[in-house]
Design a protein around this ligand. Structure first.
Ligand code: PLP
Ligand code: LYS
Length: 462
């Protein structure tokens, strides 16, 4: 992806085998050179649960969730307000995770009735849940309102009418935020940038639709409570520049609403998008740095406009679950390919691919892999890790130096696959989805089981 902030290091091989920057903290190499997650050898996990498998380092994940919760609360309390962390369930969702996040006091962002159903199954409190979506159906809004949703992040004029009608029919008042496009050109891949004008999410600020939508919401005080404005500038963002512009524009429109309608909006949501390290060269900001910078940005913008500092919320997904996850594959075939006159590239095929991780195909995303079942001193060779699907774009790791003795039966672990891998997975070529295994020092729990061929066949009609 273009424009990302990277550390200056030579190619991926300069990383140690387990660069702490990229791999979850519970992963270690034992004396025999095999990798283990919280003491559970990956080869044993492969034998017991099969491959491919998504593994989640639960202590690592909880440390990240709590760091966001605590650092943002502390930084925003220092400027006289607070900050709520809504975990963005689209990154990865299952009820066991939702229960853990609930226990830690995080809030939750869902964007379909399916995600809401998982939250409900886990008993997650409605008042700490927010619902997104640029095309929520009436049934989805009804389900959210009946769940006692704390906020609906409204995305279009027609949705305002729908929420009003549903709130009225139930005799309730629904908290809403208005999602706006702030016009920020986020420095990330085009498909995951969401605040420029020519895309589907939100009301335009510059075009006046955001102010118009606020007026419409405020015309229905019995059904709707306007909490504030919401901006999500995009995903895999490495600095606070884009957030600065977005926050300034959100605070400016909140001021305009106060002047036009005499209503001081109590909240403001800056969205998610905090970047992670997929490869050692990536250099994301730590939650503390991001929190301090965002709090300073909000404080300065409020001082400048002489507006009271609102309650702030953020919606990290990837930065909480992404680095805590790895995918374990078994190597099936190894093939030298004369890529150019000068280069022979080793193609290493694993037993999954774009069905369990479409991100390289979708966004040219980079990943790193490492040999998981043994250490190798063999010479490194230019390699490409590919999947088993009928597409030449079915790439897991585009370019990496890997030991030249990697062979069928070896295990490869791929880093930072906790976010948007299971969530975006498919059954392409009728390949079943891998399980999600939650690993702690105490044991391994199946958060989601492996799909079976019977699951696939069960969908068939006569
Ligand atoms: C509105 C909204 N909030 C939060 C997120 C989470 O983004 P990330 O997982 O990059 O933090 C997204 C997805 O990009 C989003 O669209
Ligand atoms: N699916 C994207 C991020 C989510 C975009 C949602 N607004 C990714 O894998 O990077």
């Amino acid at each position: 992806m273009a424009h990302r902030r990277r550390r200056i290091v030579s190619p991926v091989t300069s990383a140690t085998r387990l660069d702490a920057h990229v791999w979850p903290s519970g992963l270690s190499e034992n004396a025999g050179g095999e990798l283990a997650l919280h003491g559970h050898p990956l080869s044993e996990l492969a034998t017991t649960y099969g491959t491919p498998a998504y593994l989640v380092d639960v202590p690592d994940l909880l440390a990240r969730a709590c760091a966001f919760r605590d650092e943002f609360r502390t930084a925003f309390e220092a400027i006289g307000t607070t900050c709520d962390v809504f975990y963005a369930g689209k990154a990865f969702l299952c009820s066991a995770l939702v229960r853990l996040l609930d226990a830690e006091g995080l809030s939750l962002d869902v964007c379909t009735s399916g995600e809401l159903a998982v939250a409900a199954k886990a008993g997650f409190p409605g008042e700490r849940t927010g619902m997104h979506g640029n095309n929520k159906s009436v049934a989805e809004i009804e389900a959210a309102v009946d769940h006692g949703i704390g906020r609906i992040i409204v995305d279009s004029m027609v949705e305002i009418d729908r929420v009003v009608a549903i709130a009225r029919s139930r005799g309730v008042r629904v908290g809403v935020m208005l999602r706006v496009k702030t016009g920020v050109e986020a420095h990330t891949h085009e498909f995951i940038a969401t605040a420029h004008e020519d895309q589907k999410f939100g009301f335009s600020l510059s075009g006046g639709q955001a102010a118009e939508a606020a007026g419409e919401v405020l015309r229905h005080p019995d059904e709707l409570q306007l909490l504030g404005f919401h901006s999500h500038i995009g995903s895999q963002i490495f600095d606070s520049d884009g957030f600065r512009v977005a926050a300034q524009r959100l605070i400016a429109i909140q001021l305009q609403i106060a002047q036009d309608y005499g209503v001081v909006l109590p909240e403001l949501d800056l969205g998610g998008g905090f970047g992670i390290a997929y490869v050692p060269e990536d250099e994301p900001l730590a939650p503390r740095e991001m929190a301090t910078q965002l709090a300073a940005i909000v404080q300065a913008a409020c001082e400048e406009t002489r507006t009271p500092v609102p309650r702030v919320s953020i919606e990290p997904g990837r930065a909480i679950i992404g680095p805590a996850g790895i995918t374990l594959y078994e190597v099936g075939t190894v093939k030298p390919v004369q890529a150019t006159d000068e280069l022979v590239r080793t193609y290493i095929s694993v037993d999954g691919g774009m069905s369990d991780n479409p991100r390289p195909a979708l966004y040219q995303a980079d990943y790193v892999a490492t040999l998981a079942n043994r250490r190798s001193e063999a010479q490194q060779t230019q390699s490409r890790v590919v999947g088993k699907h009928c597409e030449s774009g079915d790439i897991v790791v585009r370019d990496q130096q890997l030991p030249s003795d990697v062979q069928p039966g070896d295990l490869l672990a791929v880093a930072a696959t906790g976010a948007y891998c299971r969530a975006l997975s498919s059954q392409y070529n009728h390949v079943t989805r891998p399980p999600v295994l939650a690993v702690t020092p105490d044991g391994v729990r199946t958060w989601l089981r492996r799909e079976t061929i019977d699951d696939l066949l069960a969908l068939e009609g006569e």
